[in-house]
Design a protein around this ligand. Structure first.
Ligand SMILES: Nc1ncnc2c1ncn2[C@@H]1O[C@H](COP(=O)(O)OP(=O)(O)OP(=O)(O)O)[C@@H](O)[C@H]1O
Ligand SMILES: [Mg+2]
Length: 314
């Protein structure tokens, strides 16, 4: 079932200068999907997320939540969506950890007394027990962010929108929060849209990604397909001694994407091949020129490199 449908969404900010933040974007999300929303700074990710959460009204286009037009039925949309937006305005600073959770449960019409167990579970799950009675403003940045995510989960909506949930967190807390979100979203079958600049996190949590740039969609696909489609094989060779300039030129003519690096003792050659089969040609040329091969390594690009390629080439 398509739980979120974004159709020809356009949002223009009319400041001193007119900014087309989101330019005719369309995509659909299936129930239970975990989707990454990626793109450079200013691409329009936060604007898109705010539109889905009905926090801002687009200039044109529609959003359907479970088949219902979100702007015609905003309270229905809000009942189904929890959002953690970028920054630290997601929780109430003067309320304690527990009171924040109770407040957000209350927003969903849940009686905090009746879901005391659930709140306790969340406090333990997000490792906030020690600070349960502390006001949110006295928590560390990482704990505040964990609380914000816990508050999104306490409402138990089908859809979660997380805008850069690990921004500014240290390596350890990023890892912790990533694991917590991943496990809980999967267990509870949540539909999750997550924006992040952390490609390792995206690769680990998301099955599919939507990449936007300058307000337009540049790719929507599974990470696996993008890797296959934009991936290339990089081969790295280590050769004993130096290589004559004319032979280097021969390599460059034949294989185009060749990089040489040399010192007194070794020459490193890096070649990007469209397919692994070309390796035979490389080896043939090396044999013909009596190269002393010390090492071969295959290097496949990681998702971050592929992401950069997609964004740069549009
Ligand atoms: N309230 C606003 N008023 C005017 N322009 C805005 C406003 N909010 C965003 N913009 C502009 O809209 C464009 C998209 O911004 P948005 O915040 O959606 O990008 P983003 O993809 O979330 O970027 P980041 O990765 O930096 O968070 C940018 O050019 C931004 O300057
Ligand atoms: Mg943003």
């Amino acid at each position: 079932m398509k739980i979120i449908e974004v159709k020809n969404l356009t949002k223009i900010y009319n400041g001193k200068k007119k900014t087309i933040a989101v330019n005719n974007i369309s995509f659909e999300v299936e129930k239970g999907e975990i989707i990454g929303l990626l793109g450079p700074n200013g691409a329009g990710k936060t604007t898109t997320i705010k539109c889905i959460a009905t926090l801002i009204i687009p200039d044109s286009g529609d959003i359907f939540i479970k088949g219902k037009n979100a702007f015609k039925h905003p309270s229905f949309a809000l009942k189904n969506i929890s959002a953690v937006l970028e920054g630290n305005r997601n929780i109430y600073w003067r309320l304690s950890v527990r009171n924040n959770l109770e407040f957000f449960a209350g927003l969903q019409g849940l009686n905090p007394k009746k879901i005391k167990n659930k709140i306790d579970e969340l406090i333990d799950y997000f490792n906030l027990r020690e600070k349960e009675k502390a006001q949110a403003r006295f928590l560390s940045r990482g704990m505040q962010q964990k609380l914000a995510v816990a508050c999104a989960f306490v409402r138990d909506t089908e859809i979660l929108l997380l805008d850069e949930p690990t921004l500014g967190l240290d390596v350890e807390t990023t890892h912790e929060l990533k694991e917590l979100i991943k496990k809980k979203a999967k267990e509870e079958g949540k539909t999750l849209i997550l924006s992040s600049h952390n490609m390792k996190l995206v690769e680990d949590i998301c099955e599919r990604v939507i990449i936007i740039n300058k307000g337009k969609v540049v790719a929507i696909d599974s990470i696996r397909n993008l890797k296959e489609f934009f991936g290339y094989k990089d081969f790295y060779f280590e050769i004993e001694g130096k290589i004559k300039e004319e032979i280097k030129r021969e390599f460059i003519e034949k294989f185009e994407l060749v990089k040489f690096k040399e010192d007194e003792y070794v020459t490193e050659i890096e070649i990007e091949l469209k397919s692994a089969e070309y390796i035979y040609d490389v080896i043939d040329m090396m044999r013909k020129n009596s190269f002393k091969l010390k090492r071969i390594e295959e290097r496949t690009p990681d998702f971050e490199e592929i992401y950069l390629k997609i964004v740069k080439n549009g």
